[in-house]
Design a binder for this molecule. Structure first.
Ligand code: FES
Length: 98
């Protein structure tokens, strides 16, 4: 679907798979360049969703980054070794300890 025009210089991990990436590019760009188009599953039906706007407006690119849920892949810059997973359903509820 997408073809890289610049060389990669690092790797990231998607769902346990090692993918080539370029430091500083958006995580969404790296995943799309690797052929990943479904970034999350909707909370109601579990339908796959992927990035739409690529500028932080639509929230269809939500992923888990280093265990943190609800991260917008189009706004997260790639750093070497980043661990990323699909966001499945709604994020977990974390009760405030206070
Ligand atoms: S692609 Fe729309 S918010 Fe990321």
């Amino acid at each position: 679907m997408f073809r890289r025009t610049e060389p990669t210089d690092c790797t990231i991990t998607w769902e346990g798979r090692t993918l080539p990436a370029r430091t500083g590019e958006s995580l969404a760009a790296a995943l799309l360049a690797a052929g990943i188009t479904a970034f999350r599953e909707t909370p109601v039906s579990g339908s796959p969703r992927g990035p739409l706007c690529l500028m932080g407006a639509c929230f269809d690119c939500l992923v888990e980054v280093e265990g943190a849920q609800n991260m917008q892949a189009c706004l997260v810059p790639v750093s070497p070794g980043l661990r990323v997973a699909m966001q499945r359903g709604a994020r977990d509820f974390v009760e405030d300890a206070a």
